[in-house]
Design a protein around this ligand. Structure first.
Ligand SMILES: Cc1ncc(COP(=O)(O)O)c(C=O)c1O
Length: 439
């Protein structure tokens, strides 16, 4: 049961390209009938989704509002200004650049703007919850700049196990004097203390950058402390908890940093902005400014907590002891040492539950195997799940993994049963904009 505009778009594509339409059909069907637990994904509203499919895709608008390299940009200026103003209101900052094609592009522009080739910056390791654009060897950030990493508390039994070790952050920063200190993560379930980071940055003379890609929706709704006024520069994606189109955003209160990052983005690292996406960003920011968005984010946090609690009750270990936000890392080995993230991801997908394998802090297994999975609540909350459904999802997960440990026959049987349960649940909670199917 999908949205009438989705159906019309699908029919339009089918009328000229049945081959592409058939693939679209399969993906629509997959999204509708599976439970999306990937923490970095969400279901954008029909208005956001279809804003990205408008005539704005036809337009070149290199430059910024009022200073373009092409004619015919009057409405590009209007929409980019609207998106900027809404972003500024949403995050409570002075300047916003809405042109980054993605989160990694936003980060690249900030690095290029505020550091020289070879400069040192401090960040969290990828395997502790950082992002590849925070210093991974094969990424621009690790190739052209020099990362030093600060640790978590790793000791078993430590009350703050797998939380950021702020004393160690300070120690690393005082030793290496990084040009930039980076906070904000891909798989960290605790609140970030931006004021503490700022105190450390000031002491060691670093620029403080926050990449709030994951928690942007929570921050916008006041469900996670804001990086402003503590951080000098803030980047985010727009498509995760913020529930916009795929894209990036750079924000600051500092005019000089705004000018530098603008130049580093265009012409530094990007060409023409994706103006259809800028339109969709404006629409998404408009949605995020509505009171309903706060209610949604409050439920995102409650749902993540309900899922984490239910999994803990079933014998899994949630890294850091739980979650304050939308995401959690599940240590599968607490449930059974034989369980791997790779198997769990594959087995769960076969039953219609979508997640990603993820290393846990100090994971002894390789990144393609892992001891954990990362789960998040933004997409299921968009569909309307509340705590009861999240508890049910935990039991689906455990049924599949438990059967998987018993062998292929047991797994196949349980996969069929859970798939039916997943489909029934999804039918009760249709995709945004669609009406519920009769169940
Ligand atoms: C913290 C963080 N920063 C940046 C990104 C990169 O975003 P994108 O995939 O849009 O480049 C991600 C994506 O997962 C992320 O988690």
């Amino acid at each position: 049961m999908s949205h009438p505009i989705d159906d019309a778009v699908r029919d339009l594509i089918a009328s000229t390209d049945p081959e592409a339409a058939a693939i679209l059909d399969r993906e629509r069907d997959r999204q509708e009938h599976t439970i999306e637990l990937i923490a970095s994904e969400n279901h954008a509203s029909p208005a956001v989704m279809h804003a990205a499919g408008t005539c704005f895709t036809n337009k070149y608008a290199e430059g910024y509002p009022g200073r373009r390299y092409y004619g015919g940009c009057a409405h590009m200026d209007e929409i980019e200004t609207l998106a900027r103003e809404r972003a500024k209101e949403l995050f409570g900052c002075e300047y916003a650049n809405v042109q980054p094609h993605s989160g990694a592009q936003a980060n690249m522009a900030v690095f290029m703007a505020l550091m020289e080739h070879g400069d040192t910056f401090a960040s969290l390791l990828l395997q502790d919850g950082g992002h590849l654009s925070h210093g991974m060897k094969l990424n621009f950030s690790g190739t052209y700049f020099k990362p030093v990493h600060y640790p978590l508390h790793y000791k078993e039994g430590h009350a703050q196990r797998e939380h950021i070790d702020y004393d160690a952050v300070r120690k690393v920063c005082m030793e290496h004097k990084p040009k930039m200190l980076l906070c904000g993560y891909s798989a960290y379930s605790r609140q970030i203390d931006f004021a503490k980071f700022r105190a450390i940055a000031d002491e060691c003379g670093a620029i403080l950058m926050a990449d709030i890609a994951h928690i942007a929706g929570l921050v916008a709704a006041g469900e996670h402390p804001s990086p402003f006024p503590h951080c000098h520069v803030v980047t985010t994606t727009t498509h995760k908890s913020l529930r916009g189109p795929r894209g990036g955003l750079i924000m600051t209160n500092d005019e000089e940093i705004f000018k530098k990052t603008n130049r580093a983005l265009f012409p530094g690292t990007q060409g023409g902005p994706l103006m259809h996406i800028v339109l969709a960003k404006a629409v998404a920011f408009g949605e995020a400014l509505q009171p309903a968005f706060k209610t949604y984010q409050q439920q995102v946090v409650r749902n993540a907590d309900a899922l984490a609690t239910a999994l803990t009750d079933l014998g899994y270990r949630i890294c850091s002891g739980g979650t304050d936000n939308h995401v959690m890392l599940v240590d599968l080995t607490a449930r059974n040492p034989e369980l791997t993230g790779r198997d769990a991801e594959t087995w769960l997908e076969a039953a219609g539950i979508i997640c990603n394998k993820n290393g846990i802090p100090n994971d002894e297994r390789k990144p393609m195997i892992t001891s954990g999975i990362r789960l998040g609540s933004p997409a299921t909350t968009t569909r309307g799940f509340t705590e009861g459904e999240m508890t049910q999802v935990a039991s689906f997960i455990d049924r599949v993994l438990d059967a998987g440990l018993k062998g292929d026959d047991a797994r196949q049987k349980e996969t069929e049963a859970v798939t039916a349960d997943v489909k029934a649940l999804c039918a009760k909670f249709p995709m945004p904009g669609a009406s519920p199917a009769a169940v």
